[in-house]
Design a protein around this ligand. Structure first.
Ligand SMILES: [Fe+2]
Length: 182
């Protein structure tokens, strides 16, 4: 099941095995990046948890495309997609996760230059866990097969990310490159 934009491009997918594999990839990589950043062991564990759970809010969005909401979704698809980080935060808050995990999930689509969502945080305003997930999320997506394209090689993925480097904390991006090349 997928939400498509007007060009037919998939912008949100609900294939459970894809989501789980993506969560595992982000979780492992985020832990390694945390280690490279010399975060505390506890924060590295929390990053691994947040990495696994960061897109959990997408599950709440399936309601919008299962029912009779197809047409409104086409009109407001982007608004709904952008709700997933807030929905995930609200879901996990009820279940006793740490503030580190909650902040990482809530802000994992914030960009370093302030162009992300949900609240246009910029730079160091974005919690460190979310800055790590932002990088790992993009890399894991690019290096995985998708129904509409094959996975990019590691070096190609990094080149593509360099073109969008304004989105990332450079300190985190450098730590990520060290982690990937190990
Ligand atoms: Fe996400």
């Amino acid at each position: 099941m997928a939400v498509r934009d007007r060009q037919g491009m998939r912008i949100l997918e609900f294939d459970l095995s894809t989501e789980l594999n993506h969560g595992i990839c982000v979780s492992n990589l985020a832990y390694d990046v945390g280690q490279e950043l010399k975060l505390s062991q506890e924060e590295c564990y929390q990053l691994a948890i947040a990495g696994m759970l960061h897109d959990i809010g997408k599950l709440r969005l399936t309601g919008y495309i299962n029912g009779d909401e197809q047409d409104p979704l086409l009109i407001e698809e982007l608004k709904y997609v952008r709700m997933h980080s807030t929905l995930g935060y609200e879901e996990l808050k009820e279940q006793g996760y740490s503030q580190f995990v909650l902040d990482s999930v809530l802000y994992h689509h914030e960009n370093y230059d302030g162009s992300g969502y949900p609240t246009n945080l910029a730079g160091e305003e974005i919690p460190i866990g979310a800055r790590v997930l932002r990088v790992c999320d993009v890399f894991c997506a690019l290096t995985s097969d998708r129904p509409y394209r094959k996975a990019f090689e590691t070096e190609t993925a990094i080149e593509l990310m360099i073109e969008e480097v304004k989105n990332f904390d450079m300190k985190v991006f450098i730590a990520f490159q060290r982690a990937v090349h190990k």
